[in-house]
Design a protein around this ligand. Structure first.
Ligand code: G3P
Ligand code: MG
Length: 244
């Protein structure tokens, strides 16, 4: 099995996270997948942004949940990163999926519903993936165990993943019990036994956020199913070294 390289918020080391330039760059760097974060606007449009608030990655203020999509679209989501990206906008999930359709990319859509419980975010995202026929190459992940359980009850034809940064010797059992199909873990949790237990249950293990060569090599040695990285080109070079 070859470990998939998944660009974290796009190629976010080189372009503003969760924007089209970051996704396009990840694709051009030959990443096999893209991870992105979803929040819901006041008018229930799924948009790709990591924080609940627009302050860090745009020139605006306010919570996503309090702003309408049209208001969010006026914001500049690129100049905080570099002046070359002035005019870059927040992307809706729909725009992203339309772009992804023609590319052979694996998608990891992370629901950002662990701080704010956006109502119906699971079905809104699911239905959009279904509409664009992307369910079979997508994993929907979340840190929120109740959301994993809701997904388990709502649909069974898309892979779901439980995301965690907390050490727990029963993690695989727990993730399986709540109905997750995969685990997405913080790098420091990775160990051979965890991978073995997870693979025994046919649950893929993907690891975030893996940016150092040494960490990448360890993930490859441990047969992780995916690494989620800000630097996909570096991960590809490291994987070539590993496989040589
Ligand atoms: O999905 C993996 C990773 O993105 C989870 O953490 O905070 O970067 O969204 P975060
Ligand atoms: Mg994320």
């Amino acid at each position: 099995m070859t470990t998939k390289i998944i660009a974290h918020r796009g190629a976010s080391k080189f372009a503003p996270e969760n924007t089209m330039p970051a996704f396009q760059l990840a694709y051009e760097m030959n990443a096999e997948g893209i991870e992105t974060d979803v929040q819901l606007t006041k008018d229930n449009v799924p948009v790709l942004i990591h924080d609940e608030h627009v302050k860090r990655t745009t020139n605006g203020v306010g919570y996503i949940k309090d702003l309408k999509y049209e208001q969010l679209k006026q914001l500049d989501a690129g100049s905080w990163f570099h002046h070359n990206y002035v005019g870059t906008t927040i992307v809706s999930l729909e725009e992203f999926l339309k772009w992804a359709i023609s590319k052979p990319l694996y998608l990891n859509i992370e629901l950002k519903n662990n701080k704010i419980e956006y109502r119906h975010i699971e079905s809104i995202v699911y239905e959009m993936l279904q509409h664009y026929q992307l369910l079979n190459r997508t994993t929907i992940s979340t840190f929120n165990p109740n959301s994993v359980k809701r997904m388990k009850n709502l649909f069974d034809d898309v892979e779901t993943a439980f995301l965690t940064s907390k050490r727990d010797k029963n993690l695989v059992e727990y993730a399986s019990k709540i109905g997750a199909n995969a685990i997405h873990i913080k790098y420091r949790l990775l160990n051979p036994l965890l991978v073995k237990m997870s693979h025994k249950k046919k649950m893929p293990v993907r690891v975030y956020t893996v940016n150092r060569i040494r960490q990448m090599m360890y993930c490859y040695q441990q047969n992780c199913d995916g690494i989620i990285t800000d630097i996909p080109n570096k991960a590809i070079t490291a994987r070539e070294l590993h496989l040589a």
